[in-house]
Design a protein around this ligand. Structure first.
Ligand code: PLP
Length: 220
C-alpha cells in the first residue's frame, strides 16, 4: 500500500493529540519525501549518520527525532538540528548532549528511556537511576538540555497483557514524576505492532515505522 494511504489510515485511527513519529530508518529519501508530501513533518531515525545525511537532503521544516541507542561520540553531528532525543539511557550521554547543544546555543529536548521490557537485550534506565539523574545537582545545572518526559519499549512478545503492563508501568512512573517535573509533556511508547495498546495506556507519542513504510530490509 502507498505510504500516504498508510499515513492517513493511521492518523484517522489515533487521537489527534497523540504525536506520530514516522520512523524512516533504512528507508530512502524518496520514501520520506512521499510522506512529507502527504503532510508528515516528524521523522525518527535510529542512526545518527543516516539521520544527518537525510537531514542534508530534505526540506528544512522537518522535525528530526533520534530514537535509537546513542553513540556518545556522534552526538556532535546532529546537535545543530535534532529536535528530540528519545533514547537517553545514561547520565554521561546527557552531559555530552548538553555540551554539544551549548556549542550551537540550543536547548535540546530529551526523553529518558525507562527499561520496561523483561528482555535483557533492551536498553534503558531503572526508575532509581532516573530519579537519581533528575534530582542531581549536575542535571539541575545543565542549561542546554531539557528532559521533557519518558520513552519505553515493550517486550517483543505476543502476550498482550504483558505489553499492557509494561506500558502502564511507564505511565505510572511518569505520573509519579510529573508533579516535580513540570516541564514533562511526553510519553513516547508504541510502535507498529502495539501503538493502539500504548495509546490506550496513556502514550502521547508513537514511533511507527513498518506500518507506514513497509517492512525493512536489513539485508542490503
Ligand atoms: C525501529 C523502531 C521503531 C519502529 O518500529 P516499527 O515496528 O517498524 O514501527 C520504534 N522505536 C524504535 C526505538 C525503533 O528502533
Amino acid at each position: 500500500m502507498a505510504i500516504s494511504e498508510n499515513l492517513n489510515r493511521i492518523k484517522a485511527q489515533i487521537n489527534p493529540k497523540v504525536t506520530l513519529v514516522a520512523v524512516s530508518k533504512t528507508k530512502p529519501v524518496s520514501d520520506i519525501q512521499e510522506a512529507y508530501n502527504a503532510g508528515q513533518r516528524i521523522f525518527g531515525e535510529n542512526k545518527i549518520q543516516e539521520m544527518v545525511a537525510k537531514y542534508d537532503e530534505l526540506p528544512k521544516d522537518i522535525s528530526w527525532h533520534m530514537i535509537g541507542h546513542l553513540q556518545k561520540n556522534k552526538v556532535k553531528y546532529m546537535a545543530h538540528f535534532v529536535d528530540l532525543i528519545h533514547g537517553v539511557d545514561s547520565f554521561t550521554t546527557l552531559i555530552e548532549i548538553n555540551k554539544q547543544a551549548k556549542k550551537h546555543n540550543r536547548v535540546i529536548h530529551c526523553l529518558l528511556q525507562l527499561k520496561i521490557a523483561q528482555e535483557d537485550s533492551k536498553f534503558g534506565l531503572s526508575k532509581e537511576e532516573i530519579n537519581n539523574i533528575l534530582n542531581s545537582y549536575d542535571y539541575k545545572n545543565m542549561e542546554n538540555i531539557q528532559v521533557v518526559g519518558l520513552m519505553g519499549m515493550a517486550s517483543f512478545v505476543d502476550d498482550k497483557n504483558q505489553i499492557k503492563q509494561e506500558f502502564s508501568s511507564l505511565k505510572a512512573f511518569y505520573d509519579e514524576l510529573k508533579p516535580s517535573q513540570t516541564q514533562f509533556n511526553t510519553i513516547s511508547m508504541g510502535m507498529s505492532g502495539d501503538y493502539p495498546l500504548a495509546i490506550e495506556q496513556g502514550s502521547t507519542m508513537i514511533r511507527v515505522g513498518s506500518a507506514i513504510f513497509g517492512n525493512r530490509n536489513y539485508a542490503n
